[in-house]
Design a protein. Structure first.
Length: 127
């Protein structure tokens, strides 16, 4: 083989290596984004349940205008997306969602007295 052919083979191997590295990077970024979106969806569902609890009378198992006795249902505390922990007070709840894929990735959100999600904070790869 000539020197030019060897140089072309080496250049081809380098280009293929770079393409594989970029493909793996894009795949892992998509995986993190997908996990983040799933956790946000779960947080929206938990916020709806918490607000329903707040406006329901105590005679029907609700909080009668108070979040302080709300707790996340046992089956919703952990799923394939993450783990969810609630810190309720009378007029708001802070929920922390930790990713099941990587525990350094987590989201905190506050549910206000009107059931709106406010003060979103993203940590780890979710930023």
């Amino acid at each position: 083989m000539g020197q030019q052919q060897l140089l072309l083979i080496i250049l081809g191997v380098i280009i293929v290596g770079i393409a594989i590295a970029v493909g793996l990077s894009l795949f892992s970024a998509q995986s993190v984004q997908s996990n983040r979106d799933a956790i946000i969806n779960d947080l929206n569902n938990l916020a709806a349940q918490a607000y329903q609890f707040r406006i329901r009378p105590t005679s029907m198992g609700g909080g009668q205008g108070d979040y302080s006795t709300f707790s996340i249902p046992v089956k919703m505390r952990t799923n394939e997306n993450g783990t969810y922990v609630a810190s309720p007070s009378q007029n708001e709840i802070t929920i922390t969602a930790t990713s099941a894929q990587n525990s350094s990735n987590y989201i905190t959100v506050v549910i206000d007295s009107d059931g709106r999600l406010t003060n979103w904070s993203y940590f780890g790869d979710f930023q």
